[in-house]
Design a binder for this molecule. Structure first.
Ligand code: F6P
Length: 242
C-alpha cells in the first residue's frame, strides 16, 4: 500500500521524516535502518540530530546499511557517501560506526565488495525502514533505468544524466565517478517499510510515473508499487501530480 503524505513546508517535511525514524528507534532500539544520501534527506537528518540532542532518540543499538557509494572515492573525499553520512548524521549522534555499513568504494575488487555487502545484509536480517530518494530518471539507490535490474548489491555504471545531476557537488562533471556500488532492487523491496522522499517541482513528473505508471525496469522506482508498506513523503511541488 502506498501512503502519500503531502506537507506544506520544509520544516514539516523534516519533522515527518525524522519522526518516522525516531518512532521506529523508540519502539525498537535495535532497528536496522536503510539509509540514503542525496540532498533530499539532509534536513531530515538534521532534525534527527535535534531529537537526539533533546534525548528523544538514540542510535546506540541501531544498525544501518546505506544504499550506495561511488567507486573510487575514499571516506575522506568530501563527496563520498561515507563522508556525507559522517557529516550529516553519524558524527552528531551516538551511532556506533561499527554498525553503520556503507559499500566500500575503495575496494581493490568492487565486485567482491558488493558480494560481501550482500552477505552482510542477508546476515543482518530484514531492514526495518528503508529511506529512499528518487533520481530524475527514476533511479533508486544507484539502480539506473536498464533492460535488466539486479536483486543484490552490485557494481553499476552511472548514467550521464545522473552524473550531470550530481556534478553540482563536484568542481566539474569530470570529477564525478563513472561507477558506483549499489544495493539491488531485491534488497530494497525486502525491507519491512519504505519511506520514499522527494522535494521540488523537478521530481513531480518522475514521481507520477513511478507511483502511478506501469512497472518497468526503465523506471526502477516503479517497482516499489509492489511493496506492501510504503510511505511517500513529498512537498506540494513534488506531489503536484499525485
Ligand atoms: O535527493 P537528490 O539529491 O535529489 O538525489 C536523489 C537521488 O540521487 C542520488 O543522490 C544519486 O544520484 C540518490 O542517492 C538519491 O536518492
Amino acid at each position: 500500500m502506498l501512503n502519500i503524505v503531502k506537507v506544506s513546508s520544509d520544516e514539516q517535511f523534516n519533522q515527518v521524516g525524522a519522526g518516522m525514524i525516531a518512532s521506529l528507534l523508540q519502539s525498537n532500539p535495535r532497528a536496522i535502518l536503510g539509509l540514503a544520501t542525496g540532498s533530499t534527506p539532509v534536513g531530515v537528518y538534521s532534525h534527527l540530530i535535534e531529537l537526539y540532542q533533546q534525548g528523544l532518540v538514540s542510535f546506540a543499538q541501531a544498525r544501518s546499511f546505506n544504499l550506495d557509494e561511488y567507486i573510487g572515492l575514499s571516506a575522506e573525499h568530501p563527496e563520498s557517501y561515507r563522508h556525507f553520512m559522517n557529516e550529516k548524521l553519524f558524527n552528531h549522534v551516538d551511532m556506533d560506526l561499527k554498525n553503520a555499513h556503507i559499500p566500500d568504494g575503495t575496494a581493490a575488487d568492487p565486485e567482491k565488495a558488493a558480494l560481501e555487502y550482500t552477505r552482510m545484509l542477508e546476515n543482518a536480517g530484514q531492514v526495518d525502514l528503508q529511506i529512499l530518494g528518487i533520481g530524475h530518471n527514476g533511479h533508486i539507490g544507484f539502480n539506473e533505468p536498464a533492460d535488466e535490474l539486479h536483486a543484490h548489491t552490485h557494481v553499476v555504471e552511472l548514467k550521464e544524466r545522473t552524473r550531470e545531476a550530481n556534478a553540482r557537488f563536484f568542481n566539474s562533471i569530470d570529477e564525478v565517478p563513472t561507477h558506483a556500488i549499489t544495493m539491488g532492487i531485491g534488497s530494497i523491496l525486502k525491507s519491512r517499510q519504505i519511506l520514499l522522499m522527494a522535494r521540488g517541482a523537478s521530481k513531480a513528473e518522475i514521481l507520477e510515473r513511478a507511483l502511478t505508471g506501469p512497472l518497468t525496469t526503465q523506471c526502477p522506482a516503479s517497482l516499489i508499487q509492489t511493496h506492501s508498506n510504503v510511505v511517500v513523503l513529498v512537498d506540494q511541488a513534488a506531489g503536484g501530480r499525485l
